[in-house]
Design a protein around this ligand. Structure first.
Ligand SMILES: [Zn+2]
Length: 343
């Protein structure tokens, strides 16, 4: 026949099984375990009133009940912590059916974008891309390219000199020498990269800008190859209708040398007030020429056996022309409103 300890045990078990919240947990503790009003401590208080022979076994059974209640309390508390944790986790898991946040997508900067376009054209013509140091030996930047010591470019005010015999390269041309020394003809390379000159920044100058250099060296290379290559390139870049003209010029590293103009891509020579060509109808776009024999020798190539042509152009200038920019510095201001428009 169950006595009050058995009855209380049944209540304790039922109550423990029903704990769902912190309040339930607190209620359980107060009802069964609290020293003052708890039902289990209450049973202990009855011991002195019992016949002496029953006290021991009664006390032992109440003690067991208390241990059971404490264990159930502990388990419910742990379980509650776990379910609270799961609940929190559930709340923090985003709903995968909601539409995502759109992150702004970056785009290629206008300078490398043009540079890559030019590289593509020459890669299709079988050229390789070459690279060289931006901190360059004075020898490679000037002497090896047949630029004499008295040349104005070698003055302090035009070039960033970096310690004894070194400078920030003023053009990508020193890579021609490095490439000729490393490769055997036939050589067909283009060299994109940064160059530096001590210019004050203004709408048409920045102290750092981008060039692309080209070099071809092989047996029997002549001016017709240069002309055909550059015409093909400029039509690919500016459109099939583009007309190309060569004007005699002078560079220390090429002989003969030519400036290359294209017909104005904006007005085609039809607008006497054209903002881009000023009504001339032509725009100077690059410098070129047959590689000077002295430069071939600097590259370890015999000018009696080989000849070559070279050309160089400013990427910033091409970008300005193609995009109708009036100020070269737009490329370097990191202004989002400008870059957004260049997409
Ligand atoms: Zn024009």
């Amino acid at each position: 026949m169950p006595d009050e300890i058995d009855e209380l045990r049944a209540k304790v078990e039922a109550a423990a099984a029903g704990i769902r919240s912190r309040q339930d947990l607190q209620k359980f503790k107060e009802e069964f375990l609290s020293r003052k009003k708890g039902k289990i401590p209450g049973l202990f208080k009855k011991i002195p009133a019992l016949p002496p022979q029953e006290r021991s076994s009664f006390g032992q059974r109440v003690n067991e009940l208390r241990q059971l209640a404490e264990r159930l309390f502990k388990e419910a508390e742990e379980g509650l912590k776990g379910s609270l944790w799961r609940q929190k986790l559930q709340e923090s898991i985003p709903d995968p059916t909601l539409p995502g946040y759109l992150k702004p997508l970056g785009t290629v900067h206008p300078i490398p974008e043009i540079s890559h376009r030019i590289e593509e054209i020459f890669l299709r013509m079988g050229y390789d891309i070459e690279d060289g140091p931006e901190v360059e030996k004075e020898y490679f930047n000037f002497d090896a390219l047949n630029i004499p010591p008295h040349h104005p470019a070698r003055q302090e005010q035009d070039t960033f000199f970096v310690g004894e015999g070194y400078l920030l390269r003023t053009h990508t041309s020193p890579v021609q020498i490095r490439a000729m020394r490393r490769r055997k003809p036939p050589i067909r390379i283009i060299v994109p990269g940064r160059v530096y000159r001590r210019d004050e920044a203004d709408p048409t100058h920045t102290p750092m800008f981008y060039q692309i250099e080209g070099l071809v060296v092989d047996r029997g290379i002549n001016f017709a190859h240069l002309k055909g290559t550059l015409e093909t390139f400029l039509k690919a870049l500016f459109g099939e209708d583009t007309r190309v003209r060569f004007r005699p010029s002078y560079f220390p590293f090429t002989e003969p040398s030519a400036e290359v103009d294209i017909s104005c891509p904006v007005c085609g020579g039809k607008d006497p007030h054209c903002r881009v060509c000023g009504g001339a109808g032509w725009i100077e776009i690059l410098g070129s020429g047959m590689v000077h024999p002295q430069v071939l020798r600097s590259g370890g190539i015999d000018p009696e056996e080989y000849s070559g042509f070279a050309f160089g152009l400013g990427v910033d200038r091409i970008s300005m022309l193609k995009r109708g920019l009036a100020d070269i510095r737009n490329h370097y201001w990191n202004r989002m409103d400008f870059l957004e428009q260049m997409k």
